[in-house]
Design a protein around this ligand. Structure first.
Ligand code: MG
Length: 226
């Protein structure tokens, strides 16, 4: 049995700036701050750490956890609305077919390792009909730190597979690679969001491929080729 954990943004789908628009609208309404998201580099970050950074940057004070919880709660319906209309939403090349193929195998336990809180993760995948392939995961609501949520995903995968099951992470940023390595998982990095392949390799990506369209390379990486 193998545990295969997918990142979402930039790996499975691009949501066309929906998260940014949802948070920008919220910060404008709540705090009177326009374009609040511009201070954040969201790549590989968790939802909670993004919101924390936005509060601390724009309001010049620490954010408390209850305030972050309230913002995430208000963010979710806005995200759902944005997702229904976002013209820039797209599924990454090869992602839908690969996920469907892996989900149908009985030697793979399929999960998520994403900085999105779980409800946001399921909304983002839901538009493409991909949410139900993932029965479990590690999410931005488990921990603000990506390594910690990835460890949670591996632990949950091993509960479903076997205590010594090998774990793999498929992601698109250096933070995915570092989190995978901290969680005893091998990371396959994809270049679909424009990351620097040398940086991904330097941080310890076990393999780097252009897109998930290279099904055979993914299956080889996962040691699923007979
Ligand atoms: Mg990503």
């Amino acid at each position: 049995m193998r545990i295969v954990l997918f990142d979402i943004d930039g790996t499975l789908v691009l949501t066309g700036g929906t998260g940014q628009r949802a948070l920008d609208g919220l910060f404008e309404e709540r705090y009177g701050v326009a374009d609040a998201f511009a201070c954040v580099d969201p790549h590989g970050r968790t939802d909670r750490s993004i919101v924390r950074q936005m509060i601390e940057h724009h309001l010049a004070r620490p954010a408390d956890n209850a305030e972050i919880d309230a913002i995430i709660d208000a963010y979710l319906p806005r995200l759902a609305d944005e997702l229904t209309i976002a013209p820039g939403y797209r599924v990454m090349p090869g992602a839908a077919a690969l996920v469907a193929e892996l989900a149908a195998r009985d030697d793979v336990v399929l999960g998520l390792a994403t900085g999105n809180v779980e409800r946001a993760a399921r909304l983002k995948l839901g538009r493409a009909g991909m949410a139900d392939y993932f029965a479990f995961g590690g999410f931005g609501c488990d921990d603000e730190d990506r390594a910690a949520l990835t460890r949670a995903a591996v632990r949950r995968g091993r509960d479903r597979a076997a205590p010594d099951a090998r774990a793999y992470v498929i992601g698109d940023t250096v933070l995915d690679v570092c989190a995978a390595n901290a969680a005893d998982a091998r990371c396959l990095a994809v270049l679909t969001s424009g990351a620097d392949p040398d940086a991904l390799a330097r941080e310890g990506a076990a393999a780097v491929i252009p897109t998930l369209d290279d099904r055979d390379a993914v299956l080889r990486f996962l040691d699923l080729v007979p």
